[in-house]
Design a protein around this ligand. Structure first.
Ligand code: ACM
Length: 710
């Protein structure tokens, strides 16, 4: 059943009848709820539950400390709505009763039941689940429903029946490239739990740092971390914190490449004798373990034995990505080993290494995960492959019978718009996999690689964007309406801010640094309209290291901003309107702001060492504002803009297009379209606005041919 059929709106008034799922990019998406991720089934009921000071929480059924802890947190979070809750924890008579009818596993497992039912009437709310995990998920839904309305905290009456589409819904955090203390990891876990993610993939070793304490091989962290590592007590604390929130913790120790930090303390594991020093820049490096040495496996057996007891999850990750074979190729002893064992070259010796490590993992009771590159024909089927290279690789592996998860398309560090991540499906609609093969695709993981994030900025890359990926992995495949996703994402963003994530709270202080303490209103106009350069371009624009400050405009700007979407939506609506119905007031107001902003912002930027580099962008935004106003004037007068204007306006747009200060003015493509529209207005006399828009878009695509991203 499609839950959007025949449901009441949140306000409980209008009846919306949507017989089929809304098409992607539909203009009028059915407004159904503010939840993220969207539940499987939701039916609004008449009335609402008022949360007043008599409101109480209680649990019945299976006792589990996770439920008690979740109720205590829920209570605190409800109090942020302005409630003071008087009642002590209560049982079956509580206002909100949660019930797990069965027990959970001592160590959370993949595929453990996370389903729940949430029923809210005007008298009581009830979460029922077969497993404590379902109670945790249902409580998050209840908290997302709670709102202040007409001076009262309320939850609308509703019946929700929900369960995840995929059992593996993860987020990778990389504290290796740059250090992220445990406090960052913990608040990230809070955000993950709020959007029903259930795996923290903790990338713990890299060329730039070894980030966990080993008591067996202490030189790993002593010489390989600059003092920035998690103690075993901190690791246990993070794991307990995650477990409380229904999140598994999977550690990654990246081998045999990406391994310089191991070799600093233990050079004997490497191919070349060393000495090694920690890498402090970004890239793929040649240092690699020597799979031909038996002592390497003795070391790994003891090391993974230690980690297998520190990390309770059934899985451990050995990385395996991006191994450069240069040192293997240049080593006589490695080549001799390859020859004697009849291995097919460098890939063969990596496969041999993986096989040996998998045996070690099996001995310590763990299942092995690796990135795409670990795939080789003779690898046993009990491993899991994480695809960063593409969903085709994921499907191929599933066809061969390997479990897999998707990360290609979910790289948050590439700073693509949320929509790109959101529409990226581990099992796309056109997938030709059989039902049996599909079962091997366990889900996916968002990846927050650490090169360009600090404790101050990481939340602005993670949130609210990760919530959209969480929805892709939790909600039904046909929940794909972009405007509705963006609408709910902004609501979820505020909820995540209230939970303690810092993506909203840090924006103003970061702007303030760029203005050197001056007022930020004018800088915000500009910062809201630029996006950081995408993909891996930033690393090519200047030398960055693990200690470069990340406090420039590019660190402050976001990959997605409401202002950019507001501009794009207003422009679309304007150009798609019939001439008689055209309303240019919203665009006119924006262009006027852009035009006039520079006079205020320029002196502020000029006086600020961190702000100076943004001056050309501010100047170009003003020029775009002027061009925009002129275009609107032409169109309003129903007079096609003359060729000489078009030439000048195009030059302004083109001059605004290149990245400066490692950011781009995100309004440039829209402005190019507006200029083209003004210059081809007469065509509209013989076409509908839709045809005209199509033609304008075609010309813009042709002009951008080959230059476009993706
Ligand atoms: C990867 O991005 N090298 C896994």
């Amino acid at each position: 059943m499609d839950f959007r059929a025949n449901v009441l709106t949140v306000a409980g008034s209008a009846l919306i009848a949507a017989a089929s799922p809304a098409p992607v990019l539909a203009d009028a998406a059915p407004v159904t709820h503010d939840l993220m991720p969207a539940p499987l089934r939701l039916e609004w009921q008449p009335g609402q539950l008022v949360l007043d000071r008599r409101f109480s929480l209680g649990s019945v059924g299976t006792a589990d400390p996770r439920i008690d802890a979740a109720l205590a947190r829920a209570r605190t979070r409800l109090e942020t709505l302005g409630l003071t809750l008087a009642g002590p924890p209560a049982g079956a008579k509580a206002t909100l009763v949660v019930e797990a009818t069965g027990a959970g596993k001592g160590v959370q497992e993949v595929g453990e039941d996370e389903s729940y039912e949430l029923n809210v009437s005007s008298k009581q709310a009830r979460v029922t689940a077969a497993n404590p995990l379902g109670v945790l998920r249902g409580l998050e839904t209840f908290l997302q429903l709670a709102r202040v309305e007409a001076g009262k905290a309320v939850v609308p009456a509703v019946r929700i029946s929900d369960r995840p589409r995929f059992p593996w819904r993860g987020l990778l955090i990389d504290p290796c490239r740059r250090w992220e203390p445990a406090s960052v990891v913990k608040r990230t876990l809070d955000g993950m739990a709020a959007v029903k993610l259930n795996v923290l993939h903790w990338h713990l070793s890299e060329d730039q740092g070894f980030r966990v304490e080993s008591k067996v091989y202490p030189k790993l962290q002593q010489l390989g971390s600059d003092g920035n590592f998690y103690t075993q007590d901190q690791v246990r604390d993070v794991i307990a914190y995650a477990r409380d929130r229904g999140i598994r913790v999977v550690p990654e120790f990246d081998l045999p490449g990406h391994s310089t930090s191991w070799l600093v303390g233990y050079p004997e594991l490497g191919v070349v004798p060393g000495p090694y020093t920690l890498v402090r820049e970004w890239g793929v490096f040649d240092n690699v373990l020597d799979p031909s040495k038996e002592e390497v496996y003795t070391f790994l057996d003891r090391f993974f034995g230690e980690m297998a007891s520190l990390f309770p999850d059934a899985y451990m990750h050995i990385g395996g990505d991006e191994v450069t074979p240069r040192q293997w190729n240049a080593s006589a002893s490695v080549q001799d080993f390859i020859y004697r064992n009849n291995l097919p070259g460098a890939h063969g010796i990596q496969a041999h290494f993986n096989k040996r490590v998998n045996e070690i993992f099996t001995r310590h009771g763990k299942k092995m995960i690796g990135w795409d590159e670990i795939q080789s024909p003779d690898l046993p089927k009990n491993i899991l492959i994480q695809s960063w290279r593409g969903s085709k690789a994921l499907a191929e592996n599933a066809r061969r019978g390997y479990d897999g998860i998707l990360s290609n398309g979910y790289y948050l560090d590439l700073l693509f718009p949320v929509a790109d991540h959101y529409l990226n499906d581990p099992i796309p609609a056109d997938s030709t996999l059989t039902a049996e093969e599909r079962r091997h695709i366990l889900g996916g993981e968002a990846c927050m690689w650490g090169e360009f994030v600090s404790p101050e900025t990481i939340d602005s890359r993670l949130w609210p964007r990760t919530a959209a990926i969480a929805e892709r992995l939790w909600s039904p495949a046909d929940v794909r309406d972009l405007p509705d996703m963006y609408r709910r994402l902004e609501i979820e963003s505020v909820r995540l801010g209230a939970l303690g994530l810092t993506h909203l709270a840090r924006y103003e202080p970061m702007l303030r640094k760029l203005t050197g303490g001056q007022p930020t209103t004018s800088l915000r106009v500009l910062a809201d309209l630029v996006t950081p350069v995408k993909e891996y371009r930033r690393g090519g624009l200047r030398i960055y290291t693990s200690s470069s400050p990340l406090d420039r405009l590019v660190d402050t700007a976001r990959a997605d901003s409401v202002s950019i979407r507001t501009f794009e939506t207003a422009l679309d609506r304007y150009l798609q309107s019939a001439p008689a119905a055209r309303d240019d007031s919203a665009l006119r107001a924006m262009f006027t702001t852009w035009r006039d902003n520079h006079a205020v912002l320029e002196p502020i930027l000029t006086a600020s060492p961190l702000g100076q580099e943004a001056r050309p962008l501010s100047r170009d935004l003003a020029a775009l504002g002027r061009v925009g106003l002129e275009a609107l004037d032409s169109i309003r007068a129903d007079k096609e803009a003359p060729a000489v204007w078009t030439e000048r306006a195009r030059a302004v747009v083109e001059a605004s297009a290149p990245a400066r200060a490692e950011v781009e003015l995100a309004v440039v493509p829209g402005m190019a379209k507006l200029v083209l529209a003004a210059s081809q207005l007469d065509q509209l006399k013989s076409m509908t606005p839709a045809e005209w828009n199509r033609k304008l878009d075609e010309q813009l695509r042709a002009a951008a041919g080959g230059r476009g991203e993706h």
